[in-house]
Design a protein. Structure first.
Length: 178
């Protein structure tokens, strides 16, 4: 639990630096790259968490891997390695991305559908449901679920909008059993 607060503070500090320097979009892209690499590669996690690898070797590998990112992101990664906090890097990335999304009025949404959605369908869903939750737009993660039978189910934060055929049948069944 203590690491969550620490991760939030690091993310907030990086976010403030990004705002002050007008680099929010740039650092957002860079943090997403860092998160993708670290979360998708078990080898990176093992490497960063390994106590048998020296700090200098870790720093050298991180500098090589993230040579194209800004100095602010590199400095953050070096500081985290120095303080043995490599394990909170994904949390810092999440909090930073959340801060950027909040600033831009964007929310993350999971949209469950029977088939993959086209970009036009995603745009229409984003426009419709973003207004319902008071946001400008949605980052849509489309999840194909054949159990829905038809329609879509949208989850934004802790709100669920169920317009699926399965959901309608379940609600009808509950009404009939009461």
């Amino acid at each position: 639990m203590k690491d969550i607060g620490v991760a939030k503070r690091y993310a907030l500090a990086l976010f403030q630096i990004a705002k002050e320097n007008g680099q929010i979009d740039q650092l957002d892209e860079e943090i997403r790259v860092v998160k993708t690499l670290i979360t998708s590669s078990p080898e990176w996690n093992q490497f960063l968490k390994s106590p048998s690898i020296s700090l200098e070797k870790k720093k050298e590998m991180v500098k090589t891997a993230f040579v194209s990112v800004s100095q602010h992101v590199q400095n953050l990664l070096m500081l985290l390695i120095d303080r043995h906090r490599e394990d909170i890097i994904p949390n810092i990335c999440d909090y930073f991305i959340d801060s950027v999304n909040e600033l831009k009025g964007i929310a993350d949404a999971k949209v469950y559908s029977v088939r993959p959605l086209s970009s036009d369908e995603k745009n229409a869903i984003s426009a419709t449901f973003a207004a319902k939750v008071g946001k400008v737009s949605l980052n849509i993660d489309n999840i194909v679920d054949s159990n829905l039978l038809g329609g879509i189910k949208v989850r934004i934060g802790n709100q669920i909008f169920d317009g699926s055929l399965k959901g309608k049948l379940d609600r009808l069944q509950k009404q009939l059993l009461v």
